[in-house]
Design a protein around this ligand. Structure first.
Ligand SMILES: [Zn+2]
Length: 443
């Protein structure tokens, strides 16, 4: 089969042009949101990717407010295109889950995308994937799609179903049971939320578990940093794992997964035939040149359930369309650092990037768990306060660590924090929380 990821860029673009025309034709007739939003536009002028600027950007809030309006009306289309196969959810700032609908056609496209994710990241049919994502109240993309990844790769998969109790049937397993499952199945790939997988590695060390089969952790669900990933590799080596690869699975429930051919490197679009990426200026709607940092917008090129065009994911990144220096693939790569715009906050009048602060703190050795709080103890008239809740590793000098944390925070964001020492489990209890909450704004 022809490898679309190695086509000359002009051929990829021609393929995308044809698919975009078909997608726009379907949406103008059958998409409740776009058929209304595009009224009055010259849609016949949208002949390809170069004409995308003619279509308005779609803010995340539009999807969150009315997800049903983003479903294509598939009446009269072939069964495989219209039959609902899977619903996954994304959660926004409101915490209300937003459904993303996938028909048979979409699911098969997703398995194809995952086959390529696996190929790029080196997951094969010889792998056994342990799905360590938690059970959640609404079907979460990462949990459900662990099967698409396994099916796409031809790998085996088992699910531990950890996390806080949800529902009435008590089917969750504890972290210790999850660790036994990894041992029993001789799992080679652990996939889950970064902070949870890290706790699994720590607990496996405590238990003296046999993780000799594990070679990769494929993690996502929260921002992680080079320091955190290095920490996880060190834990894997301590455990005597077969390999110590951390695959940082960047992507979105709406746009799909991306893949790294090399650790700590850019993310390949595994499916330029299904998903188009642009980096745009949200003020003008114009696409920015490759290498310029701006807002990531994704467009579906061949979907039948929930269809999104020029959808703003909420991340600031840049694109690189040159051939990958590591693997030679030609489809576009997303270049970090990924800055999540919804996460920027004002502290004492200054715009602070919590990701930067968290990255700096994660790089301080000797920390077991931590959490940053922004509070305003005096109410509306009070002063903002930056608090770091801190749990040192056993045997670490708490006073020295505290001083180091204060210096790191001040260096990162220019605000001096108050440090409160606490037990690791008081900050993040993996039996109760799907992921560690590293940053809380209580104002
Ligand atoms: Zn590559």
């Amino acid at each position: 089969m022809q490898d679309v990821l190695r086509l000359p860029p002009a051929e990829i673009c021609a393929m995308q042009d044809a698919r975009l025309r078909r997608m726009v034709a379907l949406c103008r007739e059958r998409h409740p949101y776009y058929s209304a939003a595009w009224r009055g536009l010259d849609l016949d002028a949208v002949q390809g990717v170069a004409d995308l600027w003619r279509l308005p950007l779609t803010p995340k809030s539009a999807l969150m407010e009315a997800p049903e309006r983003f479903r294509l009306d598939c009446t009269g289309l072939p069964v495989a295109e219209r039959a609902l196969w899977e619903v996954v959810h994304t959660t926004g700032s409101t915490g209300d889950p937003t459904p993303i609908y996938m028909t048979t056609h979409d699911w098969q496209g997703y398995v194809l995308l995952n086959r390529r994710v696996a190929e790029i990241s080196g997951i094969t049919e010889r792998d056994v994937i342990a799905n360590l994502f938690p059970l959640t109240a609404a079907a979460m993309g990462a949990f459900v799609r662990a099967t698409s990844l396994a099916y796409g790769a031809g790998a085996a998969v088992c699910a531990a179903m950890p996390g806080a109790p949800v529902g009435t049937f008590g089917i969750q397993r504890s972290m210790d049971e999850a660790i036994r499952m990894v041992e029993r199945h001789r799992a080679t790939v652990l996939t889950g939320v970064t902070s949870f997988v890290r706790r699994v590695l720590l607990r496996a060390l405590e238990l003296g578990a046999d993780f000799g089969s594990v070679r990769m952790c494929a993690v996502t669900g929260e921002a992680s940093t080079p320091a955190l990933r290095a920490d996880m590799r060190a834990l894997m080596r301590q455990l005597g794992t077969a390999g110590a690869t951390i695959f940082d699975r960047y992507g979105s429930t709406e746009g799909g997964g991306l893949s790294q051919c090399t650790e700590e490197f850019d993310w390949h679009n595994p499916a330029p035939d299904l998903v188009l990426h642009e980096v745009v200026d949200p003020a003008t709607g114009r696409s920015l040149a490759d290498g310029e940092r701006g807002h990531l917008a994704v467009s579906h090129l061949d979907r039948r359930g929930t269809v999104l065009l020029r959808y703003l994911v909420g991340d600031v990144v840049s694109l690189d369309r040159s051939a990958c220096p590591h693997c030679g693939r030609t489809a576009e790569r997303i270049v970090g650092p990924v800055v999540r715009t919804k996460d920027l906050v004002k502290v004492k009048g200054m715009l602070v990037n919590p990701a930067l602060l968290l990255a700096r703190l994660q790089a301080v050795p000797g920390i077991s768990e931590f959490q940053v709080l922004v509070a305003r103890p005096g109410g509306d008239l009070g002063m903002d306060e930056l608090v770091v809740r801190l749990a040192p590793h056993p045997g670490v000098d708490a006073a020295a660590l505290e001083a180091e944390v204060v210096a790191a925070a001040q260096g990162a964001v220019g605000v001096r924090p108050r440090v409160v020492l606490e037990a690791a489990r008081a900050i993040y209890d993996p039996e109760q929380q799907a992921k560690a909450t590293r940053f809380v704004d209580t104002r």
